[in-house]
Design a protein around this ligand. Structure first.
Ligand SMILES: *Cc1c(COP(=O)(O)O)cnc(C)c1O
Length: 372
């Protein structure tokens, strides 16, 4: 049998997507450069309005990254030293860094084995008199089960800050992720479902008082020019990024649908393999920021895929409590077994809207050959 031409499948391909939007992006960027207004101008304002409308949120405040979004969300709620914030042990480091960044303590809970999201029952057991907020993460693009979390939060008088940095446009019972809690936080890191050509983020809220405070916090705590009422920072999104993100936002639902199609194909073609595949609970949409599969033979599977030109990544190999930076939390190995097992067994397959049928077929064939 003749050897077929090897098909290379990158984990993520931003260049192919850029070619589809270049005819709109390039004149927009050139226009902004020529106009000479680079910070907090009309592009940022328009993008905030459009993003709020996209989500069905009352207010959107553009910021410089997902981490900054989370951090000013905590600051706006007055959370600081001595306070505890409950979040997931298996999240990206930024979630925890936002909490330690304001001087508070992250209280890590183990995720649900089936969805990888934290749930109200485990969150409930982590609540103490020092708890000041709950920060669920809509991990991999699947919304966490928000209704019981909101009920629990209400019962204890706690605000909910959603880390929606992987869930732009995902919804649950008809509501978009990021609009359930007091504040929702998004990242526009280039690899996210909605990504800038650099860093960016967004904070959304339905509360006008919080919106006002968040707006000040992102811009030196300034209420009016050279009059500062909060100890804010410089967490602004710039005009060029906002212009690019406006162009991309119009395509986001379509791109998410393309990801969902790829996920369906993976799920259909891999369901007979000894792998745990992503599941979508009733009433939720998954926007497949990532498509992680699970197997105890993860490292060997990854090596096999790499040797055949298929890019994969691990999200995330080391849970927060086992990171050297969080040694001071003094949480021993074995304490959060679900998160730890996910760190050993999860492998994210290539996932981006522009994946071709031939690329998906190749990934499937190479995974099958590993288990054959
Ligand atoms: C990407 C991400 C962040 C941080 O976003 P940045 O824009 O990189 O600062 C926070 N939380 C989660 C879950 C993320 O995936």
């Amino acid at each position: 049998m003749a050897n077929k031409e090897a098909i290379v499948v990158p984990f993520l391909d931003l260049k192919t997507q850029y070619r589809t939007i270049a005819p709109e992006v390039e004149p927009a960027v050139t226009r902004i450069l020529a106009e000479g207004a680079y910070i907090l101008g009309k592009e940022v304002e328009a993008f905030e309005k459009e993003f709020a409308a996209f989500l069905g949120a009352g207010h959107a405040i553009a910021v410089s990254s997902g981490l900054d979004a989370l951090r000013i969300a905590l600051q706006a709620l007055g959370i600081g030293p001595g306070d505890e914030v409950i979040t997931a042990a298996n999240t990206f480091i930024a979630t925890a860094l936002s909490i330690t960044g304001v001087g508070a303590r992250p209280v890590l809970v183990d995720p649900d084995d089936a969805t990888a999201n934290i749930e109200s029952s485990t969150i409930s057991r982590a609540i103490t008199p020092r708890t000041k907020a709950i920060m669920p993460v809509h991990l991999y693009g699947l919304p966490a089960d928000m209704e019981p979390i909101l009920a629990l939060a209400k019962q204890h008088g706690l605000p909910v800050i959603e880390d929606a940095c992987q869930a732009h446009g995902a919804n649950m019972n008809g509501r978009r992720a990021g609009t359930f809690g007091e504040i929702g936080c998004f990242s526009f890191y280039p690899g996210k479902n909605l990504g800038a050509a650099g860093d960016g983020g967004m904070v959304v809220t339905n509360r006008p008082d919080l919106a006002e405070k968040l707006r000040r916090l992102r811009n030196y705590g300034q209420e009016r020019k050279y009059y500062h009422v909060d100890l804010g920072g410089n967490h602004r999104l710039d005009e060029i990024q906002a212009a690019i993100l406006r162009i991309k936002l119009r395509r986001l639902d379509g791109w998410n649908q393309a990801r969902q199609g790829h996920a369906r194909a993976y799920t259909q073609e891999l369901s007979s393999m000894p792998l745990v595949l992503p599941r979508i609970p009733e009433g939720r949409t998954h926007i497949f920021h990532l498509y992680p599969v699970r197997t105890p033979r993860r490292d060997a599977l990854q090596a096999h895929l790499t040797s055949r030109g298929i890019g994969t990544l691990i999200h995330y190999p080391i849970p927060i409590h086992l990171q050297p930076a969080y040694k001071h939390l003094q949480i021993a190995e074995g304490a959060l077994p679900v998160a730890e097992r996910m760190g050993r067994e999860l492998l994210s397959l290539p996932m981006f809207p522009e994946l071709t049928a031939a690329q998906i077929e190749e990934v499937v064939a190479v995974v099958r050959s590993f288990f054959a």
